[in-house]
Design a protein around this ligand. Structure first.
Ligand SMILES: Cc1cc2nc3c(=O)[nH]c(=O)nc-3n(C[C@H](O)[C@H](O)[C@H](O)COP(=O)(O)OP(=O)(O)OC[C@H]3O[C@@H](n4cnc5c(N)ncnc54)[C@H](O)[C@@H]3O)c2cc1C
Length: 432
């Protein structure tokens, strides 16, 4: 097992629990990518949220499926969660420490801290789960086998310290009162403040990523300044959406809002929700302090950054069991296969481990049923759910990847309910 991120940790756990000995090789702390800070496994590099925990949402359904499958990632997330409305967010340091501890205590897992520079050459089977920031020598070795890697850009959001937030400006509330009702801090903006902020973003200095003339971003995680370029109200309909957030001082929703989500249970630091950015660091500090009410004295624990994010052309280079067509003894798992997101990567790790178990047992791979959230991810990387004629692109788990429901007309809520019920019924047998 190469890489102890979300996918590698989940896969190593699944295999060990099934009685298979695993050598787990992780490059930290010998080497680390520019976004990594912790030495532990399963590090969440940007947001500390595993997104919606509502099973009527595709990612919430994936949470439910992973819990049923005995997932290490989900159980550690549940134990280290912080209040975040309807989302499953965690204390990232406690989460990583718990995953590391559980794996380190697993008798069948032998941990080695080293950078793997070549493709593993048996004996035995190997899973590469080295993620979107796979280190250069290994990425080159993989490219030599399957052709050049595909790539897009992913950005991370800043974090501010609690004591530097002006509490006379911020109000505590979760959207529509979800969770404990007041899990987020909200920094309200009126129309004039919002327009000034957008104008400042458009004029700001940005870091130009190397290696690409026209950087391509993941649509689900666009930098704020790219959103600002798409129109004045784009941010107000995205991460700065005020809907469902009553300001207790006015009894109304503000014009726009910057939401802060707790980084840890004690609330010593807060993440600017959806504020991934590639503004230069001096510009981030200047603009956020000057134009976001309540952040005038903000102390930044981390600033936003942008990174190249590599994945393979999975439908072309992978077999349905996630092994490489060119090297059937090597499996891929996680974001490198073209799934996007922490939870999806954990799900991909689970599937790769189950594929290895099938291989070791000498039986054909049994993919999860297509109607489940895990099956939807499988359909995506095998290309089944991918629009014909379009280049393969990474995807989060969304209901659009599921096979259509029967033709009966349904409202939106009823449709989500139908997806969830069908998935639950079909997953049970696969898990067992
Ligand atoms: C800048 C950026 C921001 C992101 N923001 C978000 C977000 O907000 N929310 C979200 O859901 N997803 C986000 N992602 C995607 C996120 O990285 C993935 O969802 C998830 O971490 C992928 O899991 P993984 O297990 O495939 O890879 P990772 O979690 O990255 O794990 C890979 C592991 O392999 C190790 N490794 C790499 N190369 C080697 C080597 N040669 N030898 C040994 N070990 C190696 C790494 O150290 C790492 O521990 C972001 C990605 C990037 C790059």
């Amino acid at each position: 097992m190469v890489g102890a991120g979300l996918a590698g940790s989940e896969a190593a756990w699944t295999l060990a629990r099934a009685g298979v000995p695993v050598d787990l090789v992780e490059m930290k702390p010998v080497r680390r990518s520019p976004v990594q800070r912790l030495d532990g496994f399963a590090e969440l590099v940007c947001s500390n949220s595993l997104r919606s925990d509502d099973p009527l949402n595709a990612v919430g359904l994936l949470h439910e499926e992973l819990r049923q499958a005995g997932s290490l990632v989900l159980s550690c997330a549940d134990e280290t969660r912080v209040p975040a409305g309807g989302a499953l967010a965690v204390d990232r340091a406690a989460f990583s420490a718990l995953v590391t501890d559980r794996l380190s205590r697993e008798p069948l897992v032998r941990v080695e801290r080293a950078e793997v520079e070549k493709l593993p050459e048996g004996p035995g089977l190997a899973i590469l789960a080295t993620g979107p920031l796979t280190s250069d020598p290994l990425a080159a070795a993989l490219a030599a086998l399957v052709g050049p890697g595909l790539a897009f850009y992913d950005a991370i959001a800043p974090v501010v310290t609690d004591e530097s937030i002006d509490r006379t400006v911020a109000f505590a509330a979760s959207r529509w009162g979800k969770g404990e009702g007041a899990d987020y801090l909200n920094l309200p903006m009126d129309a004039a403040a919002y327009q000034a902020f957008v104008a400042a973003l458009l004029a700001a200095d940005k870091v130009v990523p190397h290696g690409f003339e026209e950087p391509r971003y993941f649509e689900g995680c666009l930098p704020i300044e790219v959103m600002a370029e798409r129109g004045l109200d784009t941010l107000r309909h995205g991460p700065m959406k005020p809907v469902g957030l009553d300001d207790p001082r006015t009894g109304r929703w503000p014009h726009a809002v910057v939401q802060l989500r707790r980084e840890d249970l004690a609330g010593t630091a807060w993440n600017l929700v959806g504020f991934q950015t590639r503004l230069t660091w001096p510009e981030q500090q200047r603009i956020f302090r000057e134009f976001i009410p309540g952040l005038a004295s903000a102390e930044f624990q981390r600033l936003g950054q942008v990174h190249r994010n590599t994945f393979v052309d999975a439908p072309r280079v992978l077999s349905p069991d996630q092994s490489l067509r060119a090297r059937p003894d090597l499996f891929l798992a996680g974001q490198i296969t073209g799934v996007e997101g922490y939870v999806e990567s954990a799900g991909s790790g689970l599937m790769a481990a189950r594929a290895v178990l099938d291989r070791l047992a000498g039986r054909p791979f049994r993919p999860p049923p297509a109607t489940t959230a895990l099956g939807a991810l499988h359909r995506h990387v095998t290309g089944v759910a991918h629009p014909e004629g379009l280049a393969f692109q990474p995807s989060n788990v969304v209901f659009a990847l599921f096979p259509p429901l029967d033709g009966r007309r349904r409202g939106k809520g009823e449709r989500k309910q139908a997806y969830a019920e069908r998935a639950r019924k079909d997953l049970k047998e696969w898990i067992e």
